[in-house]
Design a protein around this ligand. Structure first.
Ligand code: AMP
Ligand code: MN
Ligand code: MN
Ligand code: MN
Length: 277
């Protein structure tokens, strides 16, 4: 497989995606995806559902996207091919759930001081039984007419430096890598280009990630430009990491992150799935 039909980064209603795990698997099957990982934010909830095999269902690789901190930077670490029933990992994810709950309360409090009432209830309703996050606050702000769309909600209220950008004591990146390795998975640094780091700092992050036991780099994230892929491929090769690819699919109308789409991995790199195929 050259990776043309492999998608190792997707979200469902268990976190901030809009399709249920089964709907996502059905859509993946329709699009000819051969290997899929559902990587919800800080939860393995999708793997608790009976994921009934639909015709042409892709091979499912258990995964999770864990929020972590490196120095003062929030980073996302994918745990791929983890054992979804690993006790230790499950316990740590419970802690993440608590951290998200406390963060949500603080976001709502801060929004209330901006005369936006009932944001916690609104966000909770949008999250349903899934893990709560900022996109659920964005959905509340859109629904109540405070902003026209989610992008504006992040730009004005939830994004970096805005009122709803509450500092969260996420665990250190090295700790999260340990959780993933202990659960038998491969830790992959998600969407490295999205942290807004300088080239020097990105290289530092990648080398710290590797030193801490990280195994892979997400070289392809969504429908990215060729130039960006070249830079990440070079960094991946230099660090001696395995290469991963994923769409970061959340919704059907997210054009830059279409399920199963995106460029193939450069053939010079060793794909992360070589670890389990
Ligand atoms: P959280 O995990 O609660 O910190 O929320 C982060 C999530 O918000 C990301 O995984 C994206 O799904 C979403 N997100 C981040 N930035 C934006 C943005 N500018 N517009 C829409 N969604 C965003
Ligand atoms: Mn998300
Ligand atoms: Mn992410
Ligand atoms: Mn993601």
């Amino acid at each position: 497989m050259n990776g043309g039909t492999i998608d190792l980064h997707t979200h469902t209603t268990c976190s901030d995606g809009s399709l249920s795990p089964i709907e996502l698997i059905e859509l993946a099957a329709q699009r000819g995806v051969e290997m899929l990982s559902i990587t919800d934010h800080d939860t393995l909830g999708a793997y608790d559902v009976a994921l009934s095999a639909c015709p042409n269902a892709p091979q499912l690789v258990p995964g999770v996207e864990i929020s972590a901190r490196w120095k003062h930077q929030d980073v996302h670490i994918l745990g791929l091919n983890v054992d979804p029933s690993a006790r230790g990992l499950r316990t740590h994810l419970q802690g993440q759930w608590q951290a998200r709950k406390r963060r949500a309360e603080r976001i709502a409090h801060r929004l209330s001081r901006r005369r936006i009432p009932d944001a916690l209830e609104g966000a909770r309703r949008h999250a349903g039984s899934g893990v709560i996050g900022r996109p659920h606050f964005a959905a509340h702000l859109v629904e109540t007419g405070v902003v026209p769309d989610a992008a504006t909600a992040f730009k004005k209220y939830l994004g970096s430096g805005k009122v709803g950008d509450v500092r969260t004591p996420w665990p250190a990146m090295s700790e999260v890598i340990d959780w993933i390795n202990a659960a038998g998975g491969v830790a992959v640094l998600a969407h490295p280009a999205k942290y807004g780091l300088t080239a020097t700092r990105l290289r530092l992050l990648i080398s710290a990630f590797k030193d801490a036991g990280g195994g892979g780099l997400e070289v392809i994230s969504g429908l990215q430009q060729e130039a960006g892929t070249r830079v990440l491929a070079a960094l991946c090769d230099e660090a001696g990491l395995l290469a991963s690819r994923g769409s970061d699919f959340h919704h059907r109308d997210q054009r830059w992150a279409e399920l199963g789409r995106g460029p193939a991995l450069p053939t010079s790199l060793r794909p992360v799935w070589s670890r389990w195929t």
